[in-house]
Design a protein around this ligand. Structure first.
Ligand SMILES: [Zn+2]
Length: 411
């Protein structure tokens, strides 16, 4: 998404890329229509893994390593945030600590002392650290202990790992948000990674490898995690109660690209309100009022960043503006599903917009594709750092122009 190096108008290659994206998008639309009939019924894993979404290859990989007695002392889990890397690491830790089930089965009984302690978060041989809420850096104190009169206290992850296990023959640590570790923290951790205790296994979790010291990376086995599939994401959103309606869950699942962190952002009430206002205006079809829409959106976007300043304000404003464009893309994707007779989100504005269609599926789809293209164009420009108001206003007036020309008059 971010490509700060290139600030230029779209050239031929970009148009070709946009065309390819369009083909991919159409394939994606067809995919969502097909997914309506096909249900992912492939869940074969054992007890502890049965409710985990996706990541089946990684389970198999660990099972194989353990069977061959090749479990490493340190792993680096890499993948977008909000896809279940930490949950995976915790379950893996429980499998390795469980007293009742042999390691090579990679499962946990759920009833032994170790399993109960894991569930209660009190296992003495399991350590987990991560960046506390509101902090931008993983505090060094959690890694190497706080300083007292210039000396680090005997505490923190590295110290804990140096002590022998209390209950079994293993000690396991999870370091979440590894990408937020500063150099001092990384260097402290490096000592543990360079001379790992025989009983220890570390799982480092990171959203990306950018910013990680090469010395850290080279001492860990890297395991890549892919975003969740839209089906898994939608099911999880419902299961976790983040969304109540199936169609809404499917819609958010497409937008959040397999990350529950992104889904949570999209479900923030303020952003949802803004999405509603946007849909209200899009639904008016040829009667769309771009001046009113631009003003409402600008006001809403400002309200969302009123507590922020400086670069953070600019970044969040841009992120939210991008979401509005993607909401518009999603709106027209849903319209196309409706035209194609597929199941679509029960959005009232969608029905209102539908009343303005002329009723010939092919022509209507063509119109919707044009509207969709304008939104994609705007997305491209915003990603190239075009100014937010300029980009959104331009998109709204283009959408209004196409709607006036190609949608029917509604009474
Ligand atoms: Zn157990």
């Amino acid at each position: 998404m971010n490509n700060p190096g290139s600030r230029r108008p779209p050239g031929r290659n970009d148009l070709v890329a946009a065309q390819q994206r369009r083909v991919t998008t159409i394939a994606g639309w067809l995919g969502s229509v097909l997914r309506i009939v096909e249900f992912n019924g492939n869940r074969t894993h054992d007890m502890i893994w049965q409710h985990l979404r996706g990541h089946h290859d990684q389970i198999t990989k660990f099972q194989r390593s353990i069977t061959r007695e090749r479990l490493s002392h340190a792993y680096l889990f890499v993948g977008p945030s909000g896809i279940g890397k930490r949950t995976f690491a915790r379950r893996l830790a429980q499998c390795l600590l469980c007293f009742n089930i042999p390691d090579e089965q990679l499962d946990a009984c759920g009833s032994c002392v170790a399993c109960k302690q894991m569930a209660a978060g009190t296992h003495p041989d399991f350590i987990e650290i991560g960046c506390p809420e509101g902090k931008k850096e993983l505090p060094i104190g959690l890694i190497a202990g706080e300083k007292e009169s210039g000396v680090r206290k005997k505490e923190g992850l590295c110290y804990e790992m140096s002590l022998r296990p209390m209950e079994g023959d293993r000690k396991i640590a999870i370091i979440d948000d590894t990408e937020l570790m500063n150099d001092e923290g990384a260097n402290a951790l490096l000592k543990t990674l360079e001379e790992p205790p025989s009983y220890g296994t570390l799982f480092l979790i990171s959203a990306s490898t950018e910013g990680l010291l090469p010395t850290i990376r080279s001492r860990c086995q890297e395991v890549r995690f892919a975003p969740l599939s839209p089906t898994d994401t939608a099911e999880l959103l419902l299961e976790l109660g983040m969304v109540q309606e199936t169609a809404e869950a499917e819609s958010i699942a497409v937008l959040c690209e397999g990350s529950l962190t992104t889904a949570a952002q999209l479900l923030e009430p303020e952003l949802r309100n803004l999405r509603n206002r946007l849909y209200d205006e899009l639904a008016k079809g040829r009667a769309m009022n771009t001046v009113r829409l631009s003003a409402q959106i600008a006001e809403g976007l400002d309200a969302l960043v009123e507590d922020l300043d400086g670069t953070e304000r600019t970044a969040v404003l841009r992120r939210n503006a991008l979401w509005l464009i993607r909401f518009s893309i999603e709106f027209f994707r849903q319209v196309s599903l409706r035209i194609a007779g597929g199941r679509h989100a029960p959005i009232p504005q969608l029905e209102r917009f539908g009343n303005g269609l002329i009723g010939e599926p092919e022509d209507d789809l063509e119109t919707v594709m044009q509207l969709f293209d304008r939104c994609e164009h705007a997305q491209f420009h915003l990603e190239q750092f075009m100014q937010v108001p300029l980009c959104l206003d331009g998109m709204f007036s283009e959408l209004a122009r196409i709607s006036r020309r190609q949608l029917a008059r509604t009474s």
